[in-house]
Design a protein around this ligand. Structure first.
Ligand SMILES: Cc1cc2nc3c(=O)[nH]c(=O)nc-3n(C[C@H](O)[C@H](O)[C@H](O)COP(=O)(O)O)c2cc1C
Length: 102
């Protein structure tokens, strides 16, 4: 059974490509972090929403993961840099998913 997982959030595809490359190199499983409310494909709208989420320190809801985190020993988390920090959906992932497996 595979014990390494790459999870990623990608609004416009760059992190997705990097995560897919990493997973292939490692022979790891891969799973996207999918916000319940999908991000626009328009850059200025992503920026506007992302800024609002940052300012409100929000935790945008995520769809259930496609994998069971408990089966993995190593989990890589991929995300774009938004204002020199992770997008708020990464906070959602770390606070609402990861603590359950510790
Ligand atoms: C809301 C927002 C904030 C960003 N802030 C930064 C930043 O602080 N520093 C930086 O180098 N790039 C920043 N970027 C650029 C993204 O990190 C870059 O476009 C990234 O490749 C997007 O990844 P994705 O295609 O997987 O969503 C920002 C992009 C967005 C949309």
């Amino acid at each position: 059974m595979q014990d390494t997982l790459v999870v990623y959030f990608s609004a416009s595809g760059t992190t997705k490509r990097a995560a897919e490359t990493l997973a292939k190199l490692l022979g790891a499983d891969i799973a996207p972090l999918q916000p319940v409310e999908a991000y626009s494909q328009q850059y200025d709208q992503i920026v506007a929403r992302g800024e609002q989420e940052k300012d409100q320190d929000s935790r945008p809801a995520l769809e259930p993961l496609s994998v069971n985190l408990k089966q993995y020993r190593t989990i890589y988390v991929g995300f774009p840099t938004w204002w020199s920090q992770p997008p708020q959906v990464i906070d959602t992932f770390l606070k609402r998913f990861i603590w359950r497996i510790s």
